[in-house]
Unconditional design. Structure first.
Ligand code: UD1
Ligand code: CA
Length: 442
């Protein structure tokens, strides 16, 4: 059966007090609307439809072509928002799943439970909660049948006592939805409430069913920055739990952020205050942290990354860095490399077993296997106009405080003296000493 998904995201999100549209605020690094879009992709081949209004340009730019867009302007309520998708979706028939794009904690499982209710004109998700948080209340008839959703603003004191709340996901029979939506009355608040369709269906003796989730977190909709933080905490917990169940050790999950796009392997160990973000991959047996930030990087197995920053870099296996190492874009450390404190590497390949123990900068360089980079070594890669390359062979010994003025090549087994400023190429098996360095054949 045809299944369309509509996500509502046109509201202003006034209480966020932000120039950014609410649905673009990030949860674990992703715009909050992305979570509902991901779930939609799992349940139907149809492109989801996002109803946008406030900040629509920005929303389109960030979310791109993963969904179709319809504009709601002005914003006259959730019923009016869904109505804007009628022309696009009516001919498809089947079922229509509607949810709010500011609820990133809704689970695939709940979506699927609603979709399974195909024989009902309307199925919706509810939750039993002590704190009603301004949610719509589920009014039932004495026999238990769902009668209506009563919005908080309209609820009588008795209805306000109801603890079964409308989470905000619905599965509709398309024909019912598209026929009845245009007939919705204006609420006393001047909006067309999608939720009024429940009473419409009930009064027509259609089948209406409420599916209850016992995961209270699912109902965290984001209206304020406080809700944003609550949601972030829950999402982190969910992601961290999933990795722990997959064999990752986390010493302090509360201070560990793993973005949904990162992939970890069993027996990785994550120490406190660590963030692993973007498209990062972590190998097995690798120990990361404490106080470490890794973005968009590929880390092999049995590595150690201690209090360091790694961005768009590659570490092969058995590589150790830190404390206070900084790998920048294009750094590639081969098997067995050791980088000690205050080492910075950018756009460079360090061959197998290279050692760089203390405060050095290597940029735009290729370093051969087993080379030792002495404390304070700098590749002077920038001449004020362009970046120049440094090539260092295998088994080279670079003395402390050497300046390698690029473009420059150091041959295999060459050496530089402490404090030398090397401005000319050094052949294999040669020694460079002094300022500027003179070359001696060994
Ligand atoms: C809504 C429900 C309420 C439910 C609660 C759960 C209605 C009338 N009420 O209330 O029963 O308990 O969610 O979180 O649906 N939006 C538009 N266009 C509009 C108005 C809203 O696209 O004209 C979008 C918003 O961007 C938001 C979503 O719809 O993503 C929900 O709107 P919001 O105003 O937050 O509804 P609630 O008052 O929370
Ligand atoms: Ca809301």
């Amino acid at each position: 059966m045809n299944l369309s998904v509509i996500l509502l995201a046109a509201g202003q999100g006034t209480r966020m007090k932000s120039s950014l549209p609410k649905v673009l605020h990030r949860i674990c690094g992703q715009p909050m609307a992305q979570y509902a879009l991901n779930t939609a992709r799992h349940i139907t081949d149809q492109k989801p439809v996002l109803v946008i209004g406030h900040g629509s340009e920005q929303v389109r730019e960030v979310l791109g072509d993963q969904c179709d867009y319809v504009i709601q302007s002005p914003q006259l309520g959730t019923g009016h928002a869904v109505l804007q998708a009628r022309d696009l979706l009516r001919a498809r028939g089947g079922r229509v799943l509607v949810c709010y794009a500011d609820m990133p904690l809704l689970t695939l499982d709940s979506f699927q439970r609603l979709i399974a209710q195909r024989d009902n004109t309307l199925a919706m998700l509810t939750v039993i909660a002590h704190d009603p948080r301004g949610f719509g209340r589920i009014a039932r008839q004495p026999n238990g049948d769902v009668q209506a959703i009563v919005e908080d603003a309209q609820a009588t004191p008795e209805q306000k006592m109801i603890r079964e709340l409308n989470v905000g996901v619905y599965s509709f029979d398309a024909e019912f939805l598209w026929n009845e939506l245009p007939k919705l009355p204006l609420s006393p608040k001047g909006e067309y409430y999608l939720t009024d369709l429940v009473a419409v269906a009930a009064s027509q003796h259609k089948r209406v069913v409420a599916i209850t989730t016992d995961d209270l977190d699912e109902a965290i909709g984001i209206n304020t920055r406080v809700h944003l933080a609550e949601c972030e905490t829950v999402m982190r917990k969910r992601i961290n739990r999933r990795w722990m169940e997959a064999g990752v050790t986390m010493i302090d999950p509360a201070t560990t952020l793993i973005e949904p796009s990162a992939v970890l392997s069993a027996d990785a160990v994550i120490l406190p205050n660590t963030q692993i973000v973007g498209r990062t991959v972590i190998g097995g047996g690798t120990v990361i942290g404490p106080n470490t930030y890794i973005a968009d990087s590929k880390i092999g197995s049995h590595c150690k990354i201690f209090s360091s920053v790694v961005e768009e870099a590659t570490m092969e296996d058995h590589v150790e860095i830190g404390p206070y190492a900084h790998l920048r874009k294009g750094a590639h450390l081969a098997n067995g490399v050791h980088l000690g404190n205050f080492g910075e590497v950018k756009n460079s390949y360090l061959g197998p077993d290279v050692k760089m123990g203390h405060f050095s900068y290597i940029g735009d360089a290729k370093i051969g296997a087993n080379t030792n980079i002495g404390a304070g070594t700098i590749t002077c890669n920038y001449d004020g106009e362009k970046k120049n390359e440094t090539i260092v062979g295998d088994d080279v010994f670079i003395g402390s405080d050497t300046m390698l003025v690029a473009p420059i090549t150091l041959g295999n087994r060459s050496r530089t003296g402490a404090g030398s400023v090397v401005t000319k190429n050094v052949p294999d098996d040669s020694l460079a000493v002094g300022v500027p360095a003179r070359i001696r054949k060994k």
